[in-house]
Write a protein that binds this ligand. Structure first.
Ligand SMILES: *[C@@H]1O[C@H](CO)[C@@H](O)[C@H](O)[C@H]1NC(C)=O
Ligand SMILES: *[C@@H]1O[C@H](CO)[C@@H](O)[C@H](O)[C@H]1NC(C)=O
Ligand SMILES: *[C@@H]1O[C@H](CO)[C@@H](O)[C@H](O)[C@H]1NC(C)=O
Ligand SMILES: *[C@@H]1O[C@H](CO)[C@@H](O)[C@H](O)[C@H]1NC(C)=O
Ligand SMILES: *[C@@H]1O[C@H](CO)[C@@H](O)[C@H](O)[C@H]1NC(C)=O
Ligand SMILES: *[C@@H]1O[C@H](CO)[C@@H](O)[C@H](O)[C@H]1NC(C)=O
Length: 567
């Protein structure tokens, strides 16, 4: 396999090359539109608008590119609408697989138009409500009352959360041919049909020029996320597949444009996100209420930037004057470095916060210290740690995660989909798997899944423990989020927003979180931590919380772990 740094860099280098070297005429320039000669939503004015890359063939084989590409394009378009600001929305393809009836599903490739029609009529939820399981209504995940949004509890039962979000679109359109595609791409990525040949299946990098007359093995859907021209004048599309990071150039590809290569210019679809989000709340009597919120008003982790240095409580350490009064990695000079919020308790309850907090802090730190929030977005896999006995569904230790990462490295989520189970020892397929056709015939059958070599292993150099406000602030500011243990009280489980306070009588650590920064509430001069939990977007402030600082609320200042990323 190829070296990790090289593959991550190849596409970006091509783009830079294009921008500075391209001069001659192109197919694009000959059209009557003032579109730029190159565009890439993974690096548009230095900013990535692309959400996380997926693998639709784990944990089962499933012909769901129609659902996965369509929902990923909608997630990206929400990210464009929100100027790439925190947080990403990850629209759920599983809802489309379960709830769009007819022949479409894991055994028959469907149509993006049906996905957008479904969303336009019903709205759709995110990955933390309905996580991807690569099964459809016919082989395991029916469109029952929990199909749209569920959360599972310690007693093993699952229910609809008291509050969750529905995302909607205002419409969608079809594009065909270079002019329409380039036009459509100005507002965000598009989903396009593609004829898969063996050459495409074996693609690794560079600009793919299909061999004439090659046999199309099957039809699939991909995202087109930009276009460009090489130094020698070859025009190409930039595409993203959903076959994981082991395929192609970290999951991406370049395909020659202008001559309908692989039929990619025949049929593309793209939605327009609705900026009004529906909030569904259910009261104790089980009555459902819907309210509406504009996405610009929904998310806020920090007060307005503070001038000067205010402090709720004087701190004697001189060094602390070097850190700002507020600092949250969701917005550092307008850039969000935080990975997406996850839900450890779907598809089933699993107390794996130790794995989620440790891997998501580490993912953030790769973004901050190594990639500077460039594409492609990846997620370090918590499931591999459960598969390999680092901990289990009743608990584990972030220090053990970082030790495992130092010894072995951890692949990304496209090697192992989170399923919420565990084993004592792992084989190579449990580290990285590729499932092969056919899709399971029913809910008791499973795909054959073979081991494959991960494209990247995310490693850790040094790691260690720390405690106390000063050390926490310094470590977060210098290197990124840290992983801290807390006692998850009943009040914390019921938290819906604001600055949480509870001096815990228990010293038992029962949950791990990422502490991603701190802020200050000006009206009361209260300093607080900002943390990310792994209980989905329906908990707290879109999965995050604020906790009063200096009082060791729930023990958050007692038991923290840090790790330095390395390749
Ligand atoms: C995105 O940026 C535009 C232009 O600067 C602004 O009008 C809009 O409010 C921003 N949207 C969000 C959600 O921040
Ligand atoms: C989604 O938007 C469409 C068009 O505005 C509307 O008819 C539909 O009721 C919306 N669905 C939800 C769940 O908000
Ligand atoms: C967006 O969604 C809101 C709430 O469902 C709805 O009232 C509005 O009509 C939608 N906007 C468009 C343009 O469809
Ligand atoms: C990270 O990217 C931003 C632009 O988005 C740039 O201003 C900054 O210098 C970059 N940082 C590093 C360390 O390259
Ligand atoms: C989970 O791991 C802990 C600590 O190693 C162990 O005591 C416990 O028995 C394990 N639980 C299960 C269900 O295997
Ligand atoms: C599931 O499918 C397999 C393979 O076709 C078959 O052997 C098995 O009997 C089926 N199980 C059920 C419960 O239908």
């Amino acid at each position: 396999m190829f070296s990790s740094k090289l593959t991550f860099a190849t596409l970006a280098i091509l783009i830079v090359f294009t921008a500075s070297r391209y001069a001659g005429p192109s197919n694009h320039a000959s059209q009557e539109l003032s579109a730029p000669t190159s565009l890439f939503w993974g690096k548009n004015n230095g900013i990535s608008y692309l959400t996380v890359t997926r693998n639709h063939n784990i944990p089962q084989f499933c012909t769901s590119s129609w659902a996965v590409a369509s929902t990923t394009v909608l997630s990206d378009r929400f990210k464009v609408l929100r100027n790439s600001s925190w947080p990403d929305y990850n629209i759920s393809p599983q809802v489309a697989l379960s709830c769009i009836s007819g022949v479409q599903g894991c055994t028959t490739e469907g149509d993006p138009v049906s996905v957008y029609q479904y969303i336009y009529q019903n709205g759709i939820t995110d990955e933390t409500c309905a996580s991807y399981q690569a099964r459809d209504f016919s082989n395991g995940i029916a469109c029952d009352r929990l199909a749209v949004c569920k959360n599972c509890l310690p007693n093993g039962k699952c229910d609809i959360p008291n509050r969750y979000f529905i995302y909607n679109i205002t419409g969608f359109a079809v594009a065909k041919g270079v002019t329409q595609m380039v036009n459509a791409l100005q507002s965000g990525p598009i989903v396009c049909r593609i004829g898969v040949t063996s050459q495409f299946q074996n693609y690794q990098n560079g600009i793919l020029t299909p061999t004439a007359g090659a046999q199309v093995l099957f039809t699939s859907y991909v995202s087109i996320v930009g276009y460009g021209a090489s130094a020698t004048g070859t025009n190409y599309w930039i595409g993203r597949n959903s076959w994981g990071t082991v395929w192609g150039d970290a999951g991406f590809f370049n395909l020659v444009s202008g001559n309908d290569a692989l039929g990619v210019e025949d049929y593309c679809v793209y939605p327009t996100p609705n900026k009004t989000i529906t909030v569904v709340t259910t009261n104790n009597q089980g009555e459902e209420k819907r309210s509406y919120v504009d996405i610009a008003d929904l998310h806020k982790l920090e007060e307005e930037p503070i001038q000067g240095y205010l402090r709720a409580k004087p701190v004697t350490e001189e060094t602390l004057s070097a850190v700002p009064a507020s600092w949250v990695w969701s917005d550092v000079k307008g850039k969000n470095y935080l990975s997406w919020v996850r839900n450890q308790n779907i598809p089933q309850y699993c107390e794996a916060s130790w794995a989620f907090a440790a891997t998501s802090s580490l993912t953030d730190r790769f973004n901050i210290l190594i990639f500077n929030d460039t594409f492609p977005q990846f997620t370090i896999s918590p499931q591999v740690l459960l598969n390999c006995g680092v901990g289990n569904c009743t608990g584990g230790d972030p220090t053990a995660v970082y030790n495992y990462a130092r010894m072995n490295g951890i692949p990304d989520d496209t090697c192992q989909q989170y399923v919420g189970d565990f084993s004592e020892t792992c084989n190579s397929a449990q580290v990285c798997q590729a499932c092969v056709s056919p899709a399971p015939a029913n809910d008791t059958e499973n795909s054959v899944c073979n081991p494959t070599t991960p494209a990247h292993l995310f490693k850790v150099g040094n790691y260690g423990n720390l405690a106390g406000v000063t050390k926490m602030k310094q470590e977060i500011y210098n290197n990124g989020p840290i992983t801290c243990g807390i006692y998850a009280s009943k009040a914390f489980a019921a938290y819906t927003g604001g600055i949480f306070k509870e001096i815990s009588r228990s010293t038992t650590i029962s949950n791990f979180v990422s502490v991603v920064g701190w802020g200050i509430e000006k009206s009361t001069n209260t300093e607080y931590w900002v943390g990310r939990n792994s209980w989905g977007t329906s908990w707290g402030e879109y999965g995050y919380f604020k906790m009063q600082m200096y009082r060791d609320n729930l023990g958050i200042e007692t038991d923290c772990t840090w790790a330095i990323p390395s390749f």
